[in-house]
Design a protein around this ligand. Structure first.
Ligand SMILES: *Cc1c(COP(=O)(O)O)cnc(C)c1O
Length: 387
């Protein structure tokens, strides 16, 4: 898996799991007539939407394309603002820029690193057009609070749930908590299609618009035209080629059958980490909110009070021992692109900036063994003691 399969790294922070059933599912489609935008696409859309309990799913070529499609349907214009937490992957904010908008970065809760609702209030302006929640590490945000704010100000709520497929909030699955919810099927995420993503929504008109957006803004798809024997089509919007192939959708459907087991496995491994690390001085696992079932895309700890240099030392020590720790994320407002284009700067969002110095992502994926968790914890204990 690209960068993660580094020489000497015995345990990456995440890894896909592809079995013979998956390979057979892909091979079957490759032997068929339709290898892209055929019957597997709507089947995968129904399967994912069904799993999360949403009405519609729109499959696209990446999680970023899913976020882009979601933001596009909001009709963002030049200068419009979208509130985005800074503790996320850059693409959550980038998609706003794709549409000519301005991401307004908000700070996070220090215990969970989730978008803080009072921060959303603080950053509202007459130009605010939407709020984007990010279910950091796989934990649902405080959707009750976020929805209240959005309803009060008549703003759509978009969820970047690329970490949170299978998570729940008060018994409701992520995918039903925001107006539009984006998932990613990159190999590091819960299930994979190689590259891929999906937006789920209750709104069928928006789904139709997003299906056009993924296909150049064309209002009907090739397969539907072939069935009608018609050559005529209309381009009704400016769109992209964000299609997901049929063989990728077949892989996704095969992967989805294993998701419940994998979620259970991630939760079991995370609770083992919690138990072992609970009494380790200087190491604080992120807090888990009440009323949520965490999907544990990532297992993140804070090295409380550590400087960035100290965290880097722990990072290097563990990597030297073959443990593929990582850091999620550099706050997006600190990236040169945002500083230069939008004038963001260090000091602006102190909670996320302080957290950034202290966070470390430990390996977590369904194929890890209990012994692997012990080995990571031992290595972390030693690295922290050496500080
Ligand atoms: C993975 C991820 C994305 C982008 O997904 P891709 O499929 O890699 O484009 C966006 N946001 C977050 C929070 C992610 O983790």
């Amino acid at each position: 898996m690209g960068k993660e399969d580094e020489p000497g790294i015995r345990l990456p922070y995440g890894r896909q799991w592809i079995d013979e059933e998956d390979i057979e599912a892909v091979a079957q489609v490759l032997r068929s007539d339709w290898i892209t935008t055929g019957p597997q696409v709507p089947a995968f859309e129904r399967a994912v939407a069904g799993f999360v309990g949403a009405r519609e799913g729109v499959a696209v070529s990446s999680g970023t394309a899913a976020l882009h499609a979601a933001v596009h349907t909001l009709g963002i214009q030049e200068g419009d603002e979208v509130i985005v937490p800074t503790m996320t992957f850059a693409s959550s904010a980038n998609v706003v820029v794709f549409e000519g908008g301005r991401p307004v970065f908000a700070d996070v809760d220090p215990d969970t690193l989730l978008l803080a609702s009072d921060e959303v209030e603080r950053h509202l302006s007459p130009r605010t057009r939407a709020v984007m929640a990010v279910d950091y590490a796989g934990q649902p945000c405080d959707y009750d609070a976020l929805r209240r704010i959005c309803q009060r100000h008549d703003l759509p709520l978009v969820a970047d749930a690329c970490h949170a497929l299978g998570a729940t909030h008060r018994g409701k699955r992520v995918g039903t908590l925001a107006d539009l919810t984006a998932f990613s099927f990159h190999p590091i995420k819960h299930i994979t299609t190689g590259e891929g993503g999906m937006v789920v929504t209750e709104d069928s008109d928006t789904a139709i618009q997003m299906r056009a957006f993924r296909n150049h803004g064309i209002s009907t798809e090739a397969r539907a035209r072939a069935q009608q024997g018609a050559w005529y089509y209309e381009m009704v919007d400016l769109g992209y080629n964000y299609r997901l192939t049929d063989f990728q959708c077949a892989l996704g459907m095969s992967q989805l059958t294993k998701l419940p087991d994998w979620l259970a496995r991630r939760r079991a491994l995370a609770s083992k980490y919690d138990r072992i690390l609970g009494d380790l001085d200087g190491v604080t696992p992120l807090a888990v909110r009440e009323d949520v079932e965490h999907a544990y895309h990532l297992y993140v700890v804070r090295l409380k009070g550590a400087s960035g240099e100290q965290r880097d030392k722990v990072f290097r020590t563990m990597r030297a021992r073959g443990i593929g720790v990582n850091v999620h994320y550099i706050p997006v407002h600190l990236h040169p692109f945002y500083r230069e284009r939008f004038g963001t700067r260090p000091g602006q969002l102190p909670v996320a900036e302080e957290a950034y110095n202290e966070i470390l992502t430990l390996p977590l994926f369904p194929r890890m063994s209990e012994g692997d968790v012990d080995a990571v914890a031992t290595s972390l204990r030693e690295a922290v003691t050496d500080l």
